[in-house]
Design a protein around this ligand. Structure first.
Ligand SMILES: NC(=O)C1=CN([C@@H]2O[C@H](COP(=O)(O)OP(=O)(O)OC[C@H]3O[C@@H](n4cnc5c(N)ncnc54)[C@H](O)[C@@H]3O)[C@@H](O)[C@H]2O)[C@@H](O)CC1
Ligand SMILES: [K+]
Length: 530
Protein backbone atom coordinates (compact mmCIF):
# COMPACT_ATOMS: atom_id res chain seq x y z
CA UNK A 1 0.00 0.00 0.00
CA UNK A 2 2.83 2.38 0.87
CA UNK A 3 4.48 1.79 -2.52
CA UNK A 4 1.20 2.27 -4.37
CA UNK A 5 0.38 5.45 -2.45
CA UNK A 6 3.86 6.85 -2.95
CA UNK A 7 3.63 6.19 -6.68
CA UNK A 8 0.29 8.01 -6.78
CA UNK A 9 1.81 11.00 -4.96
CA UNK A 10 4.90 11.05 -7.20
CA UNK A 11 2.81 10.70 -10.34
CA UNK A 12 0.63 13.60 -9.22
CA UNK A 13 -2.60 11.55 -9.43
CA UNK A 14 -3.40 12.28 -5.76
CA UNK A 15 -2.10 14.08 -2.72
CA UNK A 16 -2.08 12.59 0.76
CA UNK A 17 -4.78 14.99 1.87
CA UNK A 18 -7.01 13.97 -1.06
CA UNK A 19 -6.57 10.27 -0.26
CA UNK A 20 -7.40 10.95 3.37
CA UNK A 21 -10.56 12.83 2.37
CA UNK A 22 -11.65 9.95 0.12
CA UNK A 23 -10.86 7.47 2.90
CA UNK A 24 -13.05 9.39 5.37
CA UNK A 25 -15.82 9.69 2.77
CA UNK A 26 -15.51 5.98 2.04
CA UNK A 27 -16.04 5.13 5.70
CA UNK A 28 -19.12 7.34 6.02
CA UNK A 29 -20.62 5.95 2.80
CA UNK A 30 -19.92 2.37 3.85
CA UNK A 31 -21.61 2.90 7.22
CA UNK A 32 -24.68 4.52 5.67
CA UNK A 33 -25.04 1.90 2.95
CA UNK A 34 -24.52 -1.11 5.26
CA UNK A 35 -26.53 0.34 8.15
CA UNK A 36 -28.99 2.91 6.73
CA UNK A 37 -30.95 2.79 10.01
CA UNK A 38 -28.24 4.80 11.79
CA UNK A 39 -29.61 7.88 10.04
CA UNK A 40 -32.86 7.43 12.00
CA UNK A 41 -33.14 8.37 15.66
CA UNK A 42 -30.50 10.37 17.48
CA UNK A 43 -27.37 10.48 15.43
CA UNK A 44 -24.40 10.50 17.70
CA UNK A 45 -20.86 9.32 17.02
CA UNK A 46 -17.98 8.74 19.39
CA UNK A 47 -14.74 8.89 17.41
CA UNK A 48 -11.40 7.77 18.79
CA UNK A 49 -8.46 9.19 16.81
CA UNK A 50 -4.90 7.91 17.05
CA UNK A 51 -1.46 9.48 16.57
CA UNK A 52 -1.02 8.64 12.86
CA UNK A 53 -2.88 8.91 9.58
CA UNK A 54 -5.56 6.52 10.78
CA UNK A 55 -6.41 9.25 13.28
CA UNK A 56 -6.44 11.71 10.36
CA UNK A 57 -9.18 9.62 8.73
CA UNK A 58 -11.08 9.88 12.02
CA UNK A 59 -11.04 13.68 11.91
CA UNK A 60 -12.34 13.65 8.34
CA UNK A 61 -15.18 11.34 9.42
CA UNK A 62 -15.96 13.64 12.36
CA UNK A 63 -16.30 16.64 10.04
CA UNK A 64 -18.38 14.77 7.43
CA UNK A 65 -20.78 13.38 10.03
CA UNK A 66 -21.20 16.77 11.66
CA UNK A 67 -21.96 18.29 8.25
CA UNK A 68 -24.77 15.73 8.00
CA UNK A 69 -26.18 16.99 11.29
CA UNK A 70 -24.73 14.36 13.60
CA UNK A 71 -23.55 15.00 17.13
CA UNK A 72 -19.88 14.07 17.24
CA UNK A 73 -17.45 13.60 20.12
CA UNK A 74 -13.82 13.34 19.11
CA UNK A 75 -11.01 12.01 21.26
CA UNK A 76 -7.31 12.11 20.46
CA UNK A 77 -4.82 9.58 21.76
CA UNK A 78 -1.54 11.44 21.35
CA UNK A 79 -0.62 15.04 20.84
CA UNK A 80 -1.96 17.21 18.06
CA UNK A 81 1.44 18.83 17.43
CA UNK A 82 2.97 15.42 16.73
CA UNK A 83 0.41 14.28 14.19
CA UNK A 84 1.80 13.68 10.67
CA UNK A 85 1.00 16.63 8.32
CA UNK A 86 -2.18 15.37 6.61
CA UNK A 87 -3.65 14.15 9.88
CA UNK A 88 -2.67 17.42 11.52
CA UNK A 89 -4.43 19.41 8.80
CA UNK A 90 -7.62 17.42 9.32
CA UNK A 91 -7.31 17.70 13.09
CA UNK A 92 -7.07 21.48 12.76
CA UNK A 93 -10.02 21.61 10.38
CA UNK A 94 -12.14 19.67 12.81
CA UNK A 95 -10.86 21.60 15.86
CA UNK A 96 -12.19 24.79 14.28
CA UNK A 97 -15.75 23.43 14.46
CA UNK A 98 -15.75 20.96 17.35
CA UNK A 99 -13.84 20.01 20.49
CA UNK A 100 -11.04 17.46 20.63
CA UNK A 101 -10.74 15.81 24.00
CA UNK A 102 -7.22 14.71 24.86
CA UNK A 103 -7.37 11.09 25.68
CA UNK A 104 -3.95 10.62 27.16
CA UNK A 105 -5.40 10.06 30.57
CA UNK A 106 -7.80 7.48 29.37
CA UNK A 107 -9.63 6.99 32.64
CA UNK A 108 -10.38 10.69 32.80
CA UNK A 109 -11.15 10.76 29.13
CA UNK A 110 -13.57 7.91 29.32
CA UNK A 111 -15.41 9.26 32.31
CA UNK A 112 -15.58 12.58 30.58
CA UNK A 113 -16.85 10.89 27.46
CA UNK A 114 -19.50 8.93 29.28
CA UNK A 115 -20.61 12.02 31.20
CA UNK A 116 -20.72 14.13 28.08
CA UNK A 117 -22.83 11.55 26.32
CA UNK A 118 -25.11 11.35 29.35
CA UNK A 119 -28.44 10.12 28.03
CA UNK A 120 -27.16 10.72 24.50
CA UNK A 121 -25.31 7.42 24.21
CA UNK A 122 -23.39 7.05 20.93
CA UNK A 123 -25.19 5.20 18.18
CA UNK A 124 -21.89 4.71 16.33
CA UNK A 125 -18.46 4.12 17.83
CA UNK A 126 -15.62 4.73 15.41
CA UNK A 127 -12.12 3.40 16.01
CA UNK A 128 -9.56 5.50 14.13
CA UNK A 129 -6.75 4.79 16.59
CA UNK A 130 -4.37 2.65 14.54
CA UNK A 131 -4.41 1.24 11.05
CA UNK A 132 -1.58 -0.30 9.07
CA UNK A 133 1.01 1.58 11.14
CA UNK A 134 0.62 -0.39 14.37
CA UNK A 135 4.14 -1.50 15.29
CA UNK A 136 3.88 -2.63 18.90
CA UNK A 137 1.27 -3.94 21.32
CA UNK A 138 -1.30 -1.47 22.60
CA UNK A 139 -0.09 0.28 25.75
CA UNK A 140 -1.57 -1.22 28.86
CA UNK A 141 -3.62 1.87 29.92
CA UNK A 142 -5.04 2.21 26.41
CA UNK A 143 -5.92 -1.47 26.30
CA UNK A 144 -7.63 -1.13 29.69
CA UNK A 145 -9.53 1.96 28.62
CA UNK A 146 -10.81 0.20 25.51
CA UNK A 147 -12.00 -2.66 27.66
CA UNK A 148 -13.83 -0.14 29.85
CA UNK A 149 -15.38 1.29 26.73
CA UNK A 150 -16.41 -2.22 25.74
CA UNK A 151 -18.18 -2.57 29.09
CA UNK A 152 -19.74 0.93 28.95
CA UNK A 153 -21.19 0.39 25.46
CA UNK A 154 -21.49 -3.38 25.02
CA UNK A 155 -21.50 -4.77 21.50
CA UNK A 156 -24.98 -4.37 20.08
CA UNK A 157 -25.71 -1.08 21.87
CA UNK A 158 -23.68 1.06 19.45
CA UNK A 159 -22.60 0.16 15.95
CA UNK A 160 -18.84 -0.43 16.10
CA UNK A 161 -16.82 0.60 13.10
CA UNK A 162 -13.07 0.18 12.67
CA UNK A 163 -11.25 2.43 10.20
CA UNK A 164 -8.96 0.17 8.14
CA UNK A 165 -8.17 -2.03 11.13
CA UNK A 166 -9.46 -2.93 14.56
CA UNK A 167 -6.95 -1.22 16.84
CA UNK A 168 -4.47 -3.75 18.16
CA UNK A 169 -4.80 -6.03 15.13
CA UNK A 170 -1.59 -6.48 13.16
CA UNK A 171 -2.58 -5.98 9.53
CA UNK A 172 0.23 -8.18 8.18
CA UNK A 173 -0.79 -11.22 10.18
CA UNK A 174 -4.29 -10.85 11.62
CA UNK A 175 -2.76 -11.41 15.04
CA UNK A 176 -3.60 -9.27 18.06
CA UNK A 177 -0.84 -7.02 19.39
CA UNK A 178 -2.36 -6.68 22.82
CA UNK A 179 -0.47 -6.36 26.09
CA UNK A 180 -0.16 -9.50 28.14
CA UNK A 181 -0.12 -13.09 27.00
CA UNK A 182 -3.86 -13.45 26.49
CA UNK A 183 -3.61 -12.31 22.86
CA UNK A 184 -7.09 -10.95 22.80
CA UNK A 185 -8.22 -7.66 21.33
CA UNK A 186 -10.07 -5.27 23.62
CA UNK A 187 -12.89 -4.63 21.12
CA UNK A 188 -14.65 -6.51 18.38
CA UNK A 189 -16.39 -4.68 15.58
CA UNK A 190 -19.47 -4.89 13.38
CA UNK A 191 -17.86 -3.29 10.35
CA UNK A 192 -14.32 -2.57 9.21
CA UNK A 193 -13.86 -0.21 6.31
CA UNK A 194 -10.58 -0.62 4.46
CA UNK A 195 -9.10 1.17 1.48
CA UNK A 196 -8.20 -0.03 -2.02
CA UNK A 197 -7.75 -3.72 -1.09
CA UNK A 198 -8.42 -6.11 1.74
CA UNK A 199 -5.20 -6.59 3.70
CA UNK A 200 -3.82 -9.85 5.06
CA UNK A 201 -4.87 -8.86 8.56
CA UNK A 202 -8.51 -8.88 7.46
CA UNK A 203 -8.20 -12.46 6.24
CA UNK A 204 -5.74 -14.30 8.46
CA UNK A 205 -5.92 -15.64 12.01
CA UNK A 206 -8.12 -13.56 14.32
CA UNK A 207 -8.78 -10.90 11.67
CA UNK A 208 -12.27 -12.00 10.57
CA UNK A 209 -13.53 -12.37 14.16
CA UNK A 210 -12.28 -8.90 15.07
CA UNK A 211 -13.41 -7.09 11.91
CA UNK A 212 -16.98 -8.38 11.81
CA UNK A 213 -17.39 -7.58 8.14
CA UNK A 214 -15.09 -5.78 5.74
CA UNK A 215 -16.06 -3.22 3.13
CA UNK A 216 -13.38 -1.88 0.82
CA UNK A 217 -13.66 1.78 -0.14
CA UNK A 218 -12.20 2.83 -3.47
CA UNK A 219 -9.88 5.78 -2.83
CA UNK A 220 -8.97 6.18 -6.49
CA UNK A 221 -5.67 4.30 -6.58
CA UNK A 222 -5.44 2.75 -10.03
CA UNK A 223 -3.10 -0.18 -9.62
CA UNK A 224 -2.95 -1.09 -13.31
CA UNK A 225 -2.03 2.46 -14.32
CA UNK A 226 0.57 2.59 -11.59
CA UNK A 227 2.09 -0.68 -12.72
CA UNK A 228 2.36 0.63 -16.24
CA UNK A 229 3.80 3.99 -15.24
CA UNK A 230 6.15 2.68 -12.58
CA UNK A 231 8.04 -0.40 -13.79
CA UNK A 232 9.99 -0.56 -10.51
CA UNK A 233 6.67 -1.26 -8.77
CA UNK A 234 6.08 -4.33 -10.87
CA UNK A 235 8.17 -6.53 -8.61
CA UNK A 236 6.53 -5.25 -5.43
CA UNK A 237 3.08 -5.86 -6.89
CA UNK A 238 3.99 -9.26 -8.31
CA UNK A 239 5.29 -10.37 -4.92
CA UNK A 240 2.06 -9.29 -3.27
CA UNK A 241 -0.12 -12.03 -1.88
CA UNK A 242 -3.36 -12.49 -3.82
CA UNK A 243 -6.75 -13.89 -2.88
CA UNK A 244 -7.82 -17.22 -4.39
CA UNK A 245 -10.04 -17.11 -7.49
CA UNK A 246 -11.83 -19.87 -9.42
CA UNK A 247 -10.23 -19.20 -12.85
CA UNK A 248 -13.08 -20.74 -14.82
CA UNK A 249 -11.10 -20.74 -18.09
CA UNK A 250 -8.58 -23.18 -16.60
CA UNK A 251 -11.39 -25.58 -15.73
CA UNK A 252 -13.10 -25.57 -19.13
CA UNK A 253 -12.81 -28.71 -21.25
CA UNK A 254 -12.79 -28.65 -25.04
CA UNK A 255 -12.60 -25.19 -26.56
CA UNK A 256 -10.73 -24.05 -29.63
CA UNK A 257 -7.46 -25.88 -29.08
CA UNK A 258 -9.11 -29.20 -28.27
CA UNK A 259 -12.74 -29.33 -29.43
CA UNK A 260 -13.02 -33.12 -29.59
CA UNK A 261 -10.97 -33.89 -26.49
CA UNK A 262 -10.26 -37.49 -25.51
CA UNK A 263 -10.33 -38.68 -21.90
CA UNK A 264 -6.57 -39.14 -21.93
CA UNK A 265 -6.24 -35.46 -22.79
CA UNK A 266 -7.40 -34.74 -19.23
CA UNK A 267 -4.96 -37.02 -17.51
CA UNK A 268 -5.13 -40.10 -15.36
CA UNK A 269 -5.00 -39.68 -11.60
CA UNK A 270 -3.98 -42.46 -9.22
CA UNK A 271 -5.16 -42.38 -5.59
CA UNK A 272 -3.57 -44.79 -3.12
CA UNK A 273 -5.88 -46.47 -0.64
CA UNK A 274 -5.35 -47.94 2.83
CA UNK A 275 -6.35 -51.46 3.85
CA UNK A 276 -9.77 -52.98 4.57
CA UNK A 277 -12.06 -50.75 6.63
CA UNK A 278 -9.88 -47.73 5.77
CA UNK A 279 -10.61 -47.21 2.08
CA UNK A 280 -13.24 -44.46 2.48
CA UNK A 281 -10.74 -41.59 2.52
CA UNK A 282 -9.11 -42.63 -0.76
CA UNK A 283 -12.51 -43.16 -2.37
CA UNK A 284 -13.56 -39.65 -1.33
CA UNK A 285 -10.36 -38.26 -2.82
CA UNK A 286 -10.90 -40.24 -6.02
CA UNK A 287 -14.42 -38.90 -6.40
CA UNK A 288 -13.10 -35.38 -5.91
CA UNK A 289 -10.51 -36.00 -8.64
CA UNK A 290 -12.98 -37.28 -11.21
CA UNK A 291 -15.63 -34.62 -10.49
CA UNK A 292 -13.07 -31.87 -10.95
CA UNK A 293 -12.48 -33.21 -14.42
CA UNK A 294 -9.59 -35.67 -14.51
CA UNK A 295 -10.08 -37.88 -17.61
CA UNK A 296 -9.59 -41.10 -15.65
CA UNK A 297 -9.12 -41.92 -11.99
CA UNK A 298 -7.83 -45.17 -10.54
CA UNK A 299 -7.76 -46.23 -6.90
CA UNK A 300 -4.76 -48.41 -6.02
CA UNK A 301 -5.65 -50.62 -3.04
CA UNK A 302 -3.98 -53.51 -1.24
CA UNK A 303 -5.28 -56.93 -2.35
CA UNK A 304 -7.13 -57.35 0.93
CA UNK A 305 -9.15 -54.18 0.28
CA UNK A 306 -9.97 -54.79 -3.40
CA UNK A 307 -13.42 -56.28 -2.73
CA UNK A 308 -14.39 -53.43 -0.43
CA UNK A 309 -13.31 -50.84 -3.01
CA UNK A 310 -14.94 -52.70 -5.90
CA UNK A 311 -18.25 -52.70 -4.05
CA UNK A 312 -18.21 -48.89 -3.98
CA UNK A 313 -16.55 -47.75 -7.19
CA UNK A 314 -18.14 -47.42 -10.61
CA UNK A 315 -16.73 -44.63 -12.78
CA UNK A 316 -13.46 -44.97 -10.92
CA UNK A 317 -11.12 -47.84 -11.79
CA UNK A 318 -9.30 -50.11 -9.39
CA UNK A 319 -5.88 -51.68 -9.33
CA UNK A 320 -3.96 -53.76 -6.83
CA UNK A 321 -1.02 -52.24 -4.96
CA UNK A 322 0.45 -54.03 -1.95
CA UNK A 323 3.28 -51.63 -1.27
CA UNK A 324 6.17 -49.68 -2.72
CA UNK A 325 7.35 -52.31 -5.21
CA UNK A 326 3.81 -52.80 -6.58
CA UNK A 327 3.50 -49.04 -6.85
CA UNK A 328 6.72 -48.93 -8.88
CA UNK A 329 5.22 -51.49 -11.27
CA UNK A 330 1.89 -49.62 -11.51
CA UNK A 331 3.76 -46.43 -12.35
CA UNK A 332 5.32 -48.04 -15.41
CA UNK A 333 2.10 -46.91 -17.08
CA UNK A 334 3.21 -43.45 -18.09
CA UNK A 335 -0.34 -42.24 -18.62
CA UNK A 336 -0.73 -42.07 -14.83
CA UNK A 337 0.31 -38.46 -14.49
CA UNK A 338 -0.88 -37.33 -11.04
CA UNK A 339 -0.74 -39.15 -7.72
CA UNK A 340 -2.48 -38.72 -4.39
CA UNK A 341 -1.01 -40.29 -1.27
CA UNK A 342 -2.10 -39.88 2.30
CA UNK A 343 -5.83 -40.14 2.92
CA UNK A 344 -6.40 -43.29 4.99
CA UNK A 345 -3.04 -44.71 3.93
CA UNK A 346 -1.78 -45.50 7.45
CA UNK A 347 1.21 -44.10 9.32
CA UNK A 348 4.50 -45.95 9.13
CA UNK A 349 7.35 -47.26 7.05
CA UNK A 350 5.14 -48.82 4.35
CA UNK A 351 3.65 -45.39 3.64
CA UNK A 352 7.10 -43.75 3.75
CA UNK A 353 8.38 -46.23 1.17
CA UNK A 354 5.41 -45.63 -1.12
CA UNK A 355 5.86 -41.88 -0.85
CA UNK A 356 9.53 -42.17 -1.78
CA UNK A 357 8.66 -44.39 -4.76
CA UNK A 358 5.97 -41.93 -5.86
CA UNK A 359 8.34 -38.98 -5.59
CA UNK A 360 11.07 -40.91 -7.40
CA UNK A 361 8.73 -41.30 -10.39
CA UNK A 362 8.75 -37.46 -10.68
CA UNK A 363 4.99 -37.47 -11.22
CA UNK A 364 2.88 -34.55 -10.04
CA UNK A 365 1.82 -35.49 -6.60
CA UNK A 366 -0.31 -34.48 -3.64
CA UNK A 367 0.88 -35.59 -0.21
CA UNK A 368 -1.65 -35.30 2.60
CA UNK A 369 -2.58 -36.73 5.99
CA UNK A 370 -0.78 -40.02 6.76
CA UNK A 371 1.77 -39.42 4.02
CA UNK A 372 2.87 -36.32 5.97
CA UNK A 373 2.53 -37.75 9.48
CA UNK A 374 4.65 -40.75 8.47
CA UNK A 375 7.59 -38.35 8.20
CA UNK A 376 7.14 -36.76 11.66
CA UNK A 377 10.64 -36.83 13.11
CA UNK A 378 12.25 -37.56 9.73
CA UNK A 379 11.12 -34.54 7.73
CA UNK A 380 14.57 -34.04 6.10
CA UNK A 381 14.21 -37.47 4.44
CA UNK A 382 10.96 -36.29 2.89
CA UNK A 383 12.42 -32.93 1.85
CA UNK A 384 15.30 -34.69 0.11
CA UNK A 385 12.85 -36.37 -2.28
CA UNK A 386 10.39 -33.53 -2.91
CA UNK A 387 10.31 -31.63 -6.19
CA UNK A 388 8.55 -28.60 -7.60
CA UNK A 389 5.46 -30.47 -8.87
CA UNK A 390 4.48 -31.73 -5.42
CA UNK A 391 1.76 -30.17 -3.27
CA UNK A 392 1.82 -30.77 0.49
CA UNK A 393 -1.52 -30.14 2.19
CA UNK A 394 -0.92 -30.06 5.95
CA UNK A 395 -3.41 -28.89 8.54
CA UNK A 396 -1.95 -27.22 11.63
CA UNK A 397 -1.04 -30.48 13.39
CA UNK A 398 0.68 -31.93 10.33
CA UNK A 399 2.44 -28.63 9.69
CA UNK A 400 3.79 -28.65 13.26
CA UNK A 401 5.12 -32.19 12.76
CA UNK A 402 6.97 -31.37 9.55
CA UNK A 403 8.11 -27.83 10.36
CA UNK A 404 8.33 -27.70 14.18
CA UNK A 405 10.60 -24.63 14.34
CA UNK A 406 8.43 -22.62 11.93
CA UNK A 407 5.33 -23.67 13.84
CA UNK A 408 6.89 -22.46 17.12
CA UNK A 409 7.44 -19.00 15.62
CA UNK A 410 3.79 -18.89 14.64
CA UNK A 411 2.62 -20.05 18.07
CA UNK A 412 4.66 -17.48 20.03
CA UNK A 413 2.84 -14.40 21.33
CA UNK A 414 3.96 -11.56 19.06
CA UNK A 415 5.74 -8.69 20.75
CA UNK A 416 5.77 -6.30 17.80
CA UNK A 417 4.53 -5.70 14.30
CA UNK A 418 4.59 -6.94 11.64
CA UNK A 419 4.00 -10.18 13.53
CA UNK A 420 5.10 -13.50 12.04
CA UNK A 421 2.11 -14.61 10.00
CA UNK A 422 0.67 -17.74 8.46
CA UNK A 423 1.82 -16.33 5.12
CA UNK A 424 5.41 -16.05 6.44
CA UNK A 425 5.19 -19.57 7.85
CA UNK A 426 3.88 -21.08 4.62
CA UNK A 427 6.44 -19.28 2.48
CA UNK A 428 9.27 -20.49 4.73
CA UNK A 429 7.92 -24.02 4.64
CA UNK A 430 7.63 -23.98 0.84
CA UNK A 431 11.18 -22.68 0.50
CA UNK A 432 12.50 -25.42 2.77
CA UNK A 433 10.47 -28.23 1.20
CA UNK A 434 11.11 -27.05 -2.37
CA UNK A 435 7.49 -27.64 -3.34
CA UNK A 436 4.06 -26.08 -2.98
CA UNK A 437 2.74 -25.98 0.56
CA UNK A 438 -0.98 -25.58 1.16
CA UNK A 439 -1.42 -24.81 4.85
CA UNK A 440 -5.07 -25.56 5.59
CA UNK A 441 -7.48 -23.76 7.86
CA UNK A 442 -10.20 -21.15 7.71
CA UNK A 443 -7.37 -19.00 6.35
CA UNK A 444 -5.73 -21.41 3.91
CA UNK A 445 -2.42 -20.16 2.59
CA UNK A 446 -0.77 -21.62 -0.52
CA UNK A 447 2.84 -20.79 -1.31
CA UNK A 448 5.17 -21.76 -4.11
CA UNK A 449 8.92 -21.64 -3.30
CA UNK A 450 10.04 -18.11 -4.12
CA UNK A 451 6.91 -17.58 -6.20
CA UNK A 452 3.21 -16.96 -5.81
CA UNK A 453 1.39 -16.87 -2.52
CA UNK A 454 -2.38 -17.12 -2.39
CA UNK A 455 -4.78 -16.79 0.52
CA UNK A 456 -8.18 -18.45 0.48
CA UNK A 457 -10.17 -17.19 3.45
CA UNK A 458 -13.38 -19.01 4.29
CA UNK A 459 -14.56 -15.93 6.14
CA UNK A 460 -17.19 -13.19 5.92
CA UNK A 461 -19.61 -14.00 3.07
CA UNK A 462 -17.54 -17.13 2.33
CA UNK A 463 -17.61 -18.45 5.90
CA UNK A 464 -18.28 -22.19 5.84
CA UNK A 465 -17.74 -23.53 9.35
CA UNK A 466 -19.60 -26.71 8.37
CA UNK A 467 -16.62 -27.58 6.13
CA UNK A 468 -14.90 -28.75 9.32
CA UNK A 469 -16.21 -32.29 8.82
CA UNK A 470 -14.51 -35.69 8.56
CA UNK A 471 -13.19 -36.41 5.08
CA UNK A 472 -13.46 -32.88 3.68
CA UNK A 473 -9.67 -32.68 3.50
CA UNK A 474 -9.51 -35.97 1.59
CA UNK A 475 -11.85 -34.55 -1.04
CA UNK A 476 -9.66 -31.46 -1.33
CA UNK A 477 -6.55 -33.59 -1.91
CA UNK A 478 -8.37 -35.49 -4.61
CA UNK A 479 -9.56 -32.29 -6.27
CA UNK A 480 -6.02 -30.94 -6.41
CA UNK A 481 -4.83 -34.26 -7.84
CA UNK A 482 -7.54 -34.15 -10.49
CA UNK A 483 -6.46 -30.67 -11.55
CA UNK A 484 -2.80 -31.73 -11.62
CA UNK A 485 -3.84 -34.61 -13.90
CA UNK A 486 -5.45 -31.99 -16.13
CA UNK A 487 -2.06 -30.37 -16.48
CA UNK A 488 -2.89 -27.28 -14.47
CA UNK A 489 0.16 -25.62 -12.92
CA UNK A 490 0.51 -26.97 -9.34
CA UNK A 491 0.14 -23.71 -7.40
CA UNK A 492 -2.86 -22.82 -9.58
CA UNK A 493 -4.36 -26.30 -9.11
CA UNK A 494 -4.07 -25.85 -5.35
CA UNK A 495 -5.64 -22.39 -5.55
CA UNK A 496 -8.58 -23.42 -7.74
CA UNK A 497 -9.32 -26.57 -5.73
CA UNK A 498 -9.31 -24.66 -2.44
CA UNK A 499 -11.65 -22.02 -3.83
CA UNK A 500 -14.02 -24.65 -5.30
CA UNK A 501 -13.99 -26.64 -2.07
CA UNK A 502 -15.21 -23.61 -0.07
CA UNK A 503 -17.67 -22.64 -2.77
CA UNK A 504 -19.18 -26.13 -2.91
CA UNK A 505 -19.63 -26.06 0.87
CA UNK A 506 -21.13 -22.58 0.64
CA UNK A 507 -23.77 -23.64 -1.87
CA UNK A 508 -24.79 -26.55 0.36
CA UNK A 509 -24.82 -24.91 3.78
CA UNK A 510 -25.01 -26.51 7.23
CA UNK A 511 -25.40 -30.26 7.34
CA UNK A 512 -22.72 -30.83 4.73
CA UNK A 513 -20.79 -34.09 4.86
CA UNK A 514 -17.67 -34.88 2.85
CA UNK A 515 -19.45 -37.23 0.43
CA UNK A 516 -21.61 -34.28 -0.70
CA UNK A 517 -18.69 -32.14 -1.81
CA UNK A 518 -17.69 -33.80 -5.11
CA UNK A 519 -21.31 -33.89 -6.28
CA UNK A 520 -21.73 -30.17 -5.63
CA UNK A 521 -18.99 -29.31 -8.11
CA UNK A 522 -21.12 -29.45 -11.30
CA UNK A 523 -23.44 -26.81 -9.82
CA UNK A 524 -20.50 -24.61 -8.92
CA UNK A 525 -19.06 -25.03 -12.43
CA UNK A 526 -22.35 -23.92 -13.97
CA UNK A 527 -22.56 -20.93 -11.65
CA UNK A 528 -19.06 -19.68 -12.50
CA UNK A 529 -19.45 -20.29 -16.22
CA UNK A 530 -17.12 -23.25 -16.77
N1 LIG B 1 -1.70 8.37 2.29
C1 LIG B 1 -1.87 7.43 3.16
O1 LIG B 1 -0.89 6.88 3.66
C2 LIG B 1 -3.24 7.07 3.56
C3 LIG B 1 -3.41 6.49 4.79
N2 LIG B 1 -4.61 6.26 5.27
C4 LIG B 1 -4.76 5.86 6.67
O2 LIG B 1 -3.52 5.88 7.33
C5 LIG B 1 -3.29 4.67 8.02
C6 LIG B 1 -1.85 4.42 8.13
O3 LIG B 1 -1.30 5.55 8.73
P1 LIG B 1 0.07 5.52 9.51
O4 LIG B 1 1.10 4.88 8.70
O5 LIG B 1 0.30 6.91 9.96
O6 LIG B 1 -0.21 4.55 10.73
P2 LIG B 1 -1.29 4.54 11.89
O7 LIG B 1 -2.19 5.70 11.83
O8 LIG B 1 -1.88 3.20 11.87
O9 LIG B 1 -0.43 4.67 13.24
C7 LIG B 1 0.91 4.98 13.23
C8 LIG B 1 1.28 5.81 14.46
O10 LIG B 1 1.04 5.11 15.64
C9 LIG B 1 2.25 4.91 16.37
N3 LIG B 1 2.13 3.60 16.99
C10 LIG B 1 2.25 2.39 16.42
N4 LIG B 1 1.96 1.43 17.32
C11 LIG B 1 1.60 2.06 18.46
C12 LIG B 1 1.17 1.62 19.74
N5 LIG B 1 1.02 0.35 20.03
N6 LIG B 1 0.90 2.54 20.68
C13 LIG B 1 1.03 3.85 20.43
N7 LIG B 1 1.45 4.33 19.25
C14 LIG B 1 1.71 3.44 18.27
C15 LIG B 1 3.33 5.06 15.35
O11 LIG B 1 4.53 5.45 15.98
C16 LIG B 1 2.73 6.14 14.46
O12 LIG B 1 2.87 7.41 15.05
C17 LIG B 1 -4.07 3.66 7.25
O13 LIG B 1 -4.40 2.55 8.04
C18 LIG B 1 -5.27 4.46 6.80
O14 LIG B 1 -6.25 4.45 7.80
C19 LIG B 1 -5.79 6.73 4.57
O15 LIG B 1 -5.98 8.03 4.99
C20 LIG B 1 -5.62 6.67 3.08
C21 LIG B 1 -4.39 7.38 2.66
K1 LIG C 1 -8.50 1.72 13.40
Amino acid sequence: MRAIEQAAFDGGSATGIELMERAGQGVVEAILSAYPDVEQGHRHALILCGPGNNGGDGFVIARLLQERGWGVECFLYGEAIRLPPDARANHDRWAAVGPVVAFNDWRFGLRYGVRMTGDVAPTVLIDALFGTGLTRPLDEPLDRALRELDAAFPKGTALRVAVDAPSGLCMDSGRPLAPGPQEELPLRYDLTVSFHRRKLGHLLAEGPDACGSVKVADIGLDQAALRASRPELRETLAAAVTEAAPRAYELRKGGEDNPGGHKYDYGHALVLSGGPGRTGAARLAARGAIRVGAGLVTVAAPGSAMAECAAHLTAIMLTRCNGASDLGAVLEDERLNALCLGPGLGVGSATRDMVITALGSRRRCVLDADALTSFAGSAPTLFAHLHSRVVLTPHAGEFARLFPDIWRKLAETPTGGPAFSKVDATQEAAARAGCIVLFKGRDTVIAEPGGRTVVCAAAYDRATPWLATAGAGDVLSGMITGLLARDIWPVTAAEIATWLHVEAARTFGPGLIATDIPDLLPGVFRAIGV
